[in-house]
Design a protein around this ligand. Structure first.
Ligand code: ZN
Length: 169
C-alpha cells in the first residue's frame, strides 16, 4: 500500500483470510518478485506456522499460548473449515507497536541488566510472535510498551512461583 496525502488511516477488509495465510499487512513481508525460475534449494525456508485467532481475546498469532492474554488453545482433532468471522485488528494489538523502538528498548534493558543477546531475541519473539529481522543493536530509552511488558512478565513470573509453591497467601 502507498500513503496518500491527507489520509492517515486505511481500512482493510480481509474476507478471504489472507492475513491468516500470509501474515498481517503490517508485518515485514518478503517483497521479492518470483522470476519463474526454480527457487534456490540450498536455503530451504522454514515454513512459518499459520496465524490463528485466540478464542479468548481474538488476537491473531502463530503462538500458543496466546502472547496477548496467555490463553492456551487445545489441539483440535481432525481438519475442517470453521465459519469465518470478521475481526478487527485494533491499535491495542501488539502489532501496532513500533517494532524497532521495541527492539532497541530491549537492547537497552539487556545492556543495563547484563542480559545476553538471546534474551532480547526471545522477549521480542514472545511479544510479536516473530524473530527480530535485521535490526541494529542500538539501545534507547525504553518505550512505555516495553516497560509495561516487563512488568507484566514479572507479575506472571511471580504468580507462576506462587502457583508452584501453593502458598499464594
Ligand atoms: Zn488471547
Amino acid at each position: 500500500m502507498r500513503p496518500f496525502d491527507g489520509k492517515d488511516r486505511a481500512l482493510i477488509l480481509d474476507h478471504s483470510g489472507a492475513a491468516i495465510d500470509l501474515g498481517h499487512p503490517c508485518d515485514d513481508q518478503e517483497m521479492a518478485l518470483d522470476e519463474g525460475k526454480p527457487k534456490n534449494k540450498t536455503k530451504p525456508k522454514k515454513k512459518e506456522r499459520p496465524l490463528k485467532k485466540c478464542p479468548q481475546c481474538k488476537f491473531l498469532s502463530a503462538e500458543n499460548p496466546c502472547p496477548k492474554c496467555g490463553y492456551t488453545r487445545q489441539r483440535q482433532n481432525g481438519t475442517g473449515y470453521e465459519d469465518g468471522e470478521l475481526v478487527e485488528f485494533t491499535s491495542k494489538s501488539n502489532r501496532a507497536v513500533d517494532r524497532q523502538a521495541f527492539f532497541e528498548s530491549l537492547v537497552q534493558i539487556a545492556k543495563d541488566k547484563n542480559y545476553k543477546d538471546g534474551w532480547v531475541k526471545w522477549k521480542y519473539k514472545e511479544y510479536f510472535g516473530q524473530w527480530p529481522k535485521g535490526r541494529g543493536w542500538i539501545g534507547r530509552e525504553p518505550i512505555q510498551e516495553v516497560k509495561d511488558y516487563m512488568l507484566h512478565s514479572k507479575i506472571k513470573y511471580i504468580k507462576s512461583l506462587e502457583a508452584k509453591n501453593g502458598t499464594a497467601g
